[in-house]
Design a protein around this ligand. Structure first.
Ligand code: OAD
Length: 267
């Protein structure tokens, strides 16, 4: 993998680093993305039937089961070298903000400390009527009920038409305006407001870098576009810039996941 000299210097000098990730960074862990033809979740399932409040009202059981299937997939998956490279980068610089659109918790499982989850988490559950958090629940009913108010439990993810967590979004926007470098990794750059974060950076003359095997609407605005899978490009970048070798001491969790849950089969 050829990393341009200008990018190496930029990365080595950067003290404030902002990274925005999307589903692509977890692809090499075996988690399906959303918009890839054939394999993407939205190529196979209709978001209108699975990822809106009205879908849940219409068919709570179907929605609960779909997220239970996805939860099982991520629990069986393991972080990959792309996630691990970001853990190392956070360790190396004084100010590192990792903003993710992913709900799979793999950044945290890899060891990232400061993660802004813009779209919530599959691993948390709250109630439909009042957002009461449910730390544990039993699969007695489909979906189970809130212990406080009795309404159905739902995943604590942001559905279409819902607002993003205000504090997380504020942190993300603020960090994006004052970084030394901004990286967009494994996202199609199509979903707002996440897609506007790199543009906030650009408007503040912050160098933009994209890592993605495919071009996106952001690519033309980037100072550097590294074409390839994050699980290969990020370790190569960290090696060139800091001499970091991902496979020494990281044999543990990294790997490929899979699994099935009732009517939602393995990809
Ligand atoms: P998408 O599925 O829209 O885009 C995934 C991106 O990852 C594409 O640009 C792929 O080219 C790229 N990609 C695939 N494999 C990769 C790899 N190994 N390394 C790096 N990149 C790779 O997913 P997102 O952009 O994350 O929202 O989608 C944004 C939001 O749309 C999601 O958070 C979700 C969805 O609807 C909610 O659920 C609220």
């Amino acid at each position: 993998m050829v990393i341009p000299d200008g990018l190496i210097q930029l990365v080595q000098k950067a003290r404030r680093v902002v990274v925005l990730t999307g589903a692509g960074i977890s692809a090499e862990s075996g988690i399906p993305t959303f918009r890839q033809a054939q394999t993407g979740l939205w190529a196979q399932y209709d978001p209108e039937e699975l990822a809106t409040r009205s879908a849940f009202r219409r068919n709570p059981r179907l929605v609960w089961e779909w997220y239970a299937w996805r939860r099982q997939l991520v629990q069986q998956a393991a972080p990959n070298p792309g996630h691990l490279a970001l853990v190392e980068w956070e360790r190396l610089v004084p100010d590192f903000t990792l903003i993710t659109q992913n709900v799979d918790g793999l950044h945290q499982r890899a060891g990232s400390q400061r993660v802004v989850e813009l779209h919530g988490s599959l691993l948390r559950v709250k109630c439909f009527d009042h957002d009461h958090a449910a730390p544990t629940w039993e699969e007695t009913e489909n979906p189970p009920r809130c212990a406080v108010c009795g309404s159905y439990l739902r995943p604590d993810v942001v559905w279409f038409g819902e607002s993003l967590p205000a504090v997380g979004l504020h942190t993300a926007v603020t960090a994006s305006r004052r970084a030394d470098i901004f990286l967009s990794i494994g996202t199609s750059s199509l979903v707002q407001p996440a897609a506007s974060l790199p543009l906030e950076a650009k408007n503040n003359r912050i160098p933009l870098v994209e890592i993605n095997p495919q071009p996106t609407p952001l690519t033309a605005a980037c100072n550097f576009a590294l074409t390839g899978p994050a699980g290969e490009v990020l370790p190569a970048l960290l090696f060139k810039c800091f001499g970091w070798n991902w496979d020494s001491g990281n044999e543990g969790e990294a790997g490929i996941g899979g699994g099935g849950h009732g009517r939602f089969p393995t990809q």
